[in-house]
Ligand binder design. Sequence first.
Ligand code: EPU
Length: 421
Amino acid sequence: MEKLVIRGGATLKGEVTISGAKNAAVAVIPAALLVNGKCRIENVPEIQDVIIIRDIMDKLGAKVSFEGGVFEVDATDLQYRSAPYELVRKMRASYYLIGAMLGRFRKAEVAMPGGCDLGPRPIDQHQKGFEALGAETKVVGGVIYAEAEKLVGGNVYLDIVSVGATMNIMLAAVLAEGTTTIENAAREPHIVDLANFLNVMGANIKGAGTDVIKIKGVKSLQGGTYSIIPDQIEAGTFMVAAAATRGDVLIKNVIPKHLESITSKLEEMGVTVEEFDDSVRVSCPKDAKLNKIVIKTQPYPGFPTDMQPQIAVLLSTVKGNSTIMENVWSGGRFRYVDELKRMGANIRVDGNVATIEGVDKLTGAPLHATDLRAGAGMVIAALMAEGNTELYELRHIDRGYENLEAKFTALGADIRRVIEI
Ligand code: EPU
C-alpha cells in the first residue's frame, strides 16, 4: 500500500507550473471518436483518469499513443464495440463515451461509471438530451443503452445545470442533422474547451461559455491539433496551499479569469493575489490573521464545488465561524470532515451546510483521502499541521493530480511517497 508522509510546518515558496485540465481532457479525448483522421491533443495531464481513457480507446480499437503530455488518437477505422466494463467502472467521466459513440455509431452501450462517490449521480439530463435528438435510452442492470436510427437536432432545456449532460449532448449533436440548442447549459471552462476542440476539427458550435449553446450538425469532422486549457482546480489547490502555509507562490500556466471566484474569496480573507497574463502570485505574511468567510458552491462562474474541501481546510484555523454551503452535490462532499476533525478541526455539518469554527492549529494524524478533491484538501491540512501526517488511499489523488508530490516538494514541502509492505 502507498501512503504520503507529510511533515507539516513548511512555508511554500517559489514557482509551480499547472498541468492541462483533467475535466477537459477526459471529454476531449473521447470526442476524438467522432473524428476522421488523427487528432493530436497537447497539454494532456499524465494522471490515472487519462491512462484509463487511453486504455478504453485502445480496447475500442482506436490507434492511440500518449507520451510527454501529447495524446494522439486515430479512430478513423473504428468498428462499433461496447465499452469494456472493467475499465469504464473506474472513472466517472467514461459517460462521455455514450455521447461520442452515439454520435459516431448511432449506438452506445456503456456500464454506469464509477469515480468519486459524491452522493447520488443520476444521468437523467444526459438521457433527456439524447432523447431530444431522437435516440431511445434505457438503463438496465447498471448499463446505459442509447440507440437512434438517425439523430436529428432538437431543443434541450436542462432542468439542472450539469457539466456532464451539457458536454454529452454536444458530443451526440455535432454529427446530427440540423441544429441542436441546449438551454440552461453549464458554462465551465472545460465546456468551452470541448467546443473549441470540436470546432477546430470542423464542428459548428456557438455559445459555449454561455447558458445557450447552439450546435449545427456537420457531415464529418477531420483530424487536427489542439492544446488543452490549464487546470482551474489544480491551480486553485496551489493557491489555497500557498495561503494555508502563509507562503508566496507564483502559479504559472493558468488562465486568471477562470480563477476569479477563488481569487476573490482569498482576497476577502485577506490573502494577496496578483494577476498576470498567464500566472497568479499568491502571498500571505507568516503572522497574517485571515478573515472568516461564507462560501456557496455554484456552477461556473460561481465558487467551484471541486475547491470546497481545500478552502474548508484553510478556514479550519481562521478565527470565528465560517460557513460553507454545498449547492452542487448532495451527500458525499463533506465526508472529509471526519478526517479533518481527527486533526483537531472544529466543524459541524448540518445537511448541505458546514460551520467551521477556527481552531489555533491542526495536528498531524493518519488520514484517508475520501475522494479526489478531499485528498488534495488533506494534503493542504497536513502541510499546515504540527507534526507528521500519513495519508492513505492515494488512488483518488492519482486520478486527477499530475506529479503532486514533486510539485509540492519543489515549493519546499516535506512530502514523500512511501510504499508500505
Ligand atoms: N445531475 C442530475 N442529473 C444529471 C446530471 C447531473 O441531477 O443527469 C446533478 C448531479 O447529481 C449534481 C449536479 O447535477 O448534483 C451537477 O452535476 P454535473 O453533471 O455538473 O457533474 P458531473 O458532470 O458528473 C463534473 C466534474 C466534477 C465536478 C462537477 C461539478 C468531470 C469529469 N467531473 O461532474 O468533478 O464536481 O462537474 O462541477 O468533469 C472532480 O474533478 O473532482 C469532480 C468530481
